[in-house]
Design a protein around this ligand. Structure first.
Ligand code: ADP
Ligand code: DP6
Ligand code: CO
Length: 352
């Protein structure tokens, strides 16, 4: 008897232009396009194994060893259903292909970093889920096609199907068929850019991204300004900066967009706070570090960005990393009291 099982893993991505707001909550269609960098290290990944077997009685999923409910019509059920639909297309074309689309699946996934702590676990998680099913079902699918399905698990997940610099184009069709991820540049285009993750807290966040952004859509006038008058130009400008490897522009846009995302959270009723005092001190440190460099005739040396949580992601050219790490350790000696104070990852192979 054959065993039908496949394992795949996917990395997290950290947005420079933030996705925050849905125009369709069921299909997960965003109110603005977004752009991210996919981290290429092994430290922040989800690894997912899927198995199809006719003797299983229903689809089931375990996350970090604990079974999660697959609710009918929910995100997990939608992704599994859509992947089975693609499998059925293969079976219709190849009558000898085993009818895996009719078998229930058991899925087990693990994150090697904190789940739901603002480190984009939903992005790597749903990307790994879709990839493992695509492998199991031997689908001839392009990453952009898979991104349409991962998007329906968690919006940010659509960007984790590519490495490097990735845009999620918001699209305009009501069925979402043009709301997908595209590669802006491969990671090899700008290998000198690194990301450093400072884990300020690995606690589960108080307000999930899903409910936080919905509250923002319902109550924030600033969000309306952002999606109409800010993000479209910013998307074009950051793509240009990436293609030209222009770190000054990349850094300024990235920091401005992180700031506006958190401003929009503050403009929400009731207000949402994702950053804490340590997050804000790290901002002050990076601002001062850049100010001194620019005052001395140099350029920007680092850019901070924060997702829906207090943890800092710092993008910087490789040559500045040592200096940045020593600055952070100098100003945050209390970090040594934590179990795992700083985790340092490169998009390109630089570790702690
Ligand atoms: P984060 O900042 O970590 O992305 P979110 O609130 O956006 O936090 O999403 C967290 C949720 O994503 C989890 O509660 C879980 O439902 C889902 N998730 C996280 N990791 C995985 C995974 N490996 N496989 C499937 N779903 C996952
Ligand atoms: C701040 O993709 O986690 O990280 O689509 O509801 O699952 P859902 O939300 P999610 O939101 C991510 C928000 C963000 C910005 C970003 O990744 O673009
Ligand atoms: Co998320």
């Amino acid at each position: 008897m054959s065993i039908y099982q496949a394992t795949a893993s996917a990395p997290v991505n950290i947005a420079c232009i933030k996705y925050w707001g849905k125009r369709d909550t069921k299909l997960i269609l965003p109110t603005n396009s977004s752009l991210s960098v996919t981290l290429d290290q092994d430290h922040l990944r989800s690894t997912t194994t899927s198995r199809a077997d006719p003797s299983f009685t229903k689809d089931r999923l375990w996350l970090n060893g604990k079974e999660e409910e697959i609710n009918e019509g929910g995100r997990l059920a939608t992704c599994i259903r859509e992947m089975k639909r693609l499998r059925r297309e293969v079976e219709d074309k190849e009558p000898n292909a085993p009818k895996l689309s009719t078998f229930p699946v058991h899925i087990s996934s693990r994150n090697n970093f904190p789940t739901a702590a603002g480190l984009a676990s939903s992005a790597s998680g749903f990307a790994a889920l879709v990839k493992s099913l695509a492998t199991l079902y031997q689908l001839p699918a392009h990453p952009s096609q898979l991104s349409l399905i991962a998007r329906q698990g968690s919006g940010s997940a659509c960007r984790s199907l590519f490495g490097g610099y990735v845009a999620w184009e918001m699209g305009s069709k009501p069925d979402g068929s043009d709301s997908l991820a595209v590669e802006v540049a491969p990671q090899s285009h700008w290998p000198d850019l690194h990301a450093l993750i400072c884990v300020v807290s690995d606690d589960k966040k108080g307000t999930s991204s899903t409910s936080g952004m919905q509250q923002t859509v319902e109550t924030s006038a600033l969000l309306q300004h952002r999606i109409k008058h800010v993000v479209p130009e910013r998307m074009e400008a950051i793509k240009k900066a990436i293609l030209a490897k222009d770190f000054d522009s990349f850094a300024r846009i990235t920091m401005k967009d992180s700031n506006q995302f958190h401003a929009v959270c503050l403009d929400t009723e009731p207000p949402i706070f994702y950053m804490n005092d340590v997050s804000r001190s790290i901002i002050a440190l990076i601002v001062e570090y850049n100010r001194v460099s620019v005052a001395n005739g140099g350029g920007y040396k680092a850019a901070y960005t924060y997702d829906a949580g207090p943890n800092a992601v710092i993008y910087a050219p490789k040559e500045n990393l040592k200096e940045i790490i020593s600055l952070i350790v100098k100003y945050f000696p209390q970090a040594e009291n934590f179990k795992d104070p700083f985790q340092l990852f490169g998009t390109q192979g630089v570790g702690a």
